[in-house]
Write a protein that binds this ligand. Structure first.
Ligand code: SF4
Length: 161
């Protein structure tokens, strides 16, 4: 018997709902009737089979109780942790320039305060970065480098000199 997952949360956006499951990480835009289904105000047989399968596959509907859901979440977290343990993370801010103006952006203010908003990386800095990665990964022989490119918008980079 399927029931609404304890990890479901939702919020109204216009005429639809943003639904997410905090256990599986699934995020979807759904109609109000899906929320009614998850609240228990609608029976599953009134929903199309494809939609039922999607809700089950993405974890919004489950046969597990809350403790079983939490055990499953722990297993997912452990397997992700084991995956990331094989890597050493390196972040590189390539440029603070950006073609967008997201309202929540803190990066722009941060870069302006530090007086670096128009700065981009140059060749010696890039070489230093790769030397640093070589150095660290050789010391930690099991770790593979995982490089994250940040900004600003990393693709706004003007060619490095
Ligand atoms: S740096 Fe990121 S958050 Fe800031 S405006 Fe650009 S895309 Fe948006």
């Amino acid at each position: 018997m399927y029931k609404s997952s304890k990890g479901n949360i939702w919020t109204k956006i216009g005429n639809s709902y943003l639904l997410l499951n905090t256990y599986t990480g699934a995020v979807d835009i759904v109609e109000e009737r899906i929320i009614e289904l998850l609240k228990g105000n609608l029976t599953l047989d009134l929903v199309e089979t494809d939609l039922q399968n999607m809700l089950i596959k993405r974890g919004y509907l489950t046969t597990l109780n809350q403790s079983e859901e939490l055990i499953k979440l722990e297993q997912i977290c452990n397997s992700s942790l084991n995956y990331f343990k094989r890597y050493r993370n390196f972040g590189l801010v390539i440029t603070y320039e950006c073609n967008l103006k997201c309202t929540y952006c803190f990066q722009r203010d941060l870069a302006e305060k530090r007086g670096v908003s128009s700065k981009t990386l140059n060749i010696p800095q890039v070489n230093l970065f790769f030397d640093l990665i070589d150095n660290i990964t050789q010391k930690e022989s099991c770790a593979k480098p995982l490089i994250c490119l940040y900004g600003g918008e990393p693709l706004m980079l003007t060619p490095v000199q």
